[in-house]
Design a protein around this ligand. Structure first.
Ligand SMILES: *Cc1c(COP(=O)(O)O)cnc(C)c1O
Length: 411
């Protein structure tokens, strides 16, 4: 199948590399190929590219000092480095890590690994819209706490956490605060000076795959134990030869994101509204998961009552979207994020995540919406349960069901 008729609507999973980004990377493969850590002219040319990128990244996330940017292989590594690194460095005296159940798997699994090293993991409760409970955080943070890790924006439902408030609580109690901002950066304002550690990834913002960064604050100065050992690059926190081409692309992606964020936000909001309007006009019993107002632009999570998300996807093979059961890829386990916000199994299994982004057009939105409507109607027409049960569980109108009894799991 050629990619010509494919509609890509999975911008939360990854984004295409922007051509301007690719352009900025090309010189560093064959011409300026030097090792940025070498002490000669080829080394310093590569070094310059790396440091320019560091500045561009620092600027986008409002870091005060470019030295606070530590290059990694992506947000997965950044999250592991932040959680394991800080826990191991300060873990002699402090044994509690506070996080929440809707974090990305790499945060949850890093916490689980620390649990095996003797740390206690405290899971904050989240509301049915996906927002963490600030009172519970206030109560949980104490002098035993080594780290608080709460993501800025969720990758499944797009909800944006109250980072300023979390930061305030952590600062008052002198506890390091880490945030996974992989989904937030470039889409909404982030401010590294409010946190101690921040994970970001290039391929979520139209940069290349295989590079990310961890912001590690210098004021107050945060220390961590590295995950691997070697030449002591990146302030000793992440050894290994940097990839100047990837760094340059990451930097360029940040520069573009900073300059286009506002216009993109308006455009994506318009496209999202257009998409939802079409879907709601064409189908009833469609429900929006997450918080409609507190979300990143372009991330839409819908449940189509009476049909399986996977089933809809089979009916629209040329549209790239993600189902609530496929998010954790290999396993067909239903979305733990939707489960954690209390969604019923029917809501979870019938959910789809639709991600719009920089290259999404109005024409694609219209075409995708009408294909989804057709697929859902077809499946519902074949469904034996659709006619009898439906009205008992859900009302007839389309609404954001979060918070209503109909939405919640009862057992
Ligand atoms: C994509 C993503 C990650 C993982 O990033 P990689 O760079 O692919 O390792 C982590 N957290 C969130 C919220 C993400 O969206």
């Amino acid at each position: 199948m050629s990619t010509k008729n494919i509609i890509y609507m999975d911008y939360q999973a990854t984004t295409p590399c922007d051509k301007r980004v690719l352009e900025s990377m090309l010189p560093y493969f064959c011409d300026d190929f030097g090792n940025p850590h070498s002490n000669h002219v080829m080394g310093s040319r590569a070094h310059e590219a790396v440091e320019k990128a560091r500045d561009q990244i620092a600027k986008l996330i409002k870091a005060n000092n470019a030295r606070e940017i530590i290059f990694t292989s992506g947000a997965t590594e950044s999250n592991n480095l932040a959680i394991c690194g800080v826990a191991r460095f300060y873990g002699e005296k402090r044994k509690k890590i506070i996080t929440d159940p809707i974090e990305h798997k790499c945060v949850l699994e890093a916490c689980r690994a620390m649990e095996r090293e003797g740390f206690e993991i405290v899971m904050l409760p989240v509301s049915e819209k996906g927002l963490i409970d600030l009172n519970a955080l206030e109560k949980a943070v104490d002098e035993q706490t080594v780290l608080v890790s709460v993501m800025t924006a969720n990758n499944e439902i797009g909800v944006v956490q109250p980072i300023d408030e979390i930061s305030g609580i952590c600062r008052r109690k002198n506890v390091p605060f880490h945030t996974d901002a992989a989904q937030a950066v470039g889409k909404t304002e982030v401010d590294a000076s409010k946190v101690d550690l921040m994970s970001i990834s290039a391929h979520k913002i139209y940069g290349p795959k295989g590079i990310g960064a961890l912001y590690v604050g210098l004021n107050p100065r945060i220390k961590l134990t590295p995950l691997f050992f070697g030449g002591g690059q990146e302030r000793g926190m992440r050894s290994g030869t940097l990839a100047p081409a990837l760094c340059a692309g990451f930097g360029k992606a940040c520069e573009i994101a900073a300059s286009e964020m506002e216009s993109e936000r308006a455009r994506l909001t318009m496209l999202k509204d257009r998409f939802l309007k079409k879907i709601f006009a064409g189908l009833d019993r469609v429900y929006l998961n997450g918080d409609e107002k507190q979300g990143i632009p372009g991330c839409i999570n819908l449940s189509f009552f009476g049909v399986e998300g996977e089933g809809i996807m089979l009916g629209i093979p040329d549209i790239c979207i993600s189902s609530g059961s496929a998010c954790t890829s290999e396993s067909l386990e239903p979305s733990y994020v939707l489960k954690a916000i209390g969604a019923r199994d029917e809501v979870i299994h019938s959910s789809l995540r639709i991600g719009l982004g920089r290259f999404t057009t109005a024409e694609e939105v219209d075409r995708a919406a009408s294909k989804i409507i057709t697929a859902v109607k077809r499946l519902r027409a074949m469904s034996p349960v659709w006619k009898e049960e439906d009205c008992e569980i859900f009302g007839k109108s389309n609404e954001s069901l979060s918070g209503s009894e109909k939405y919640r799991r009862t057992g």
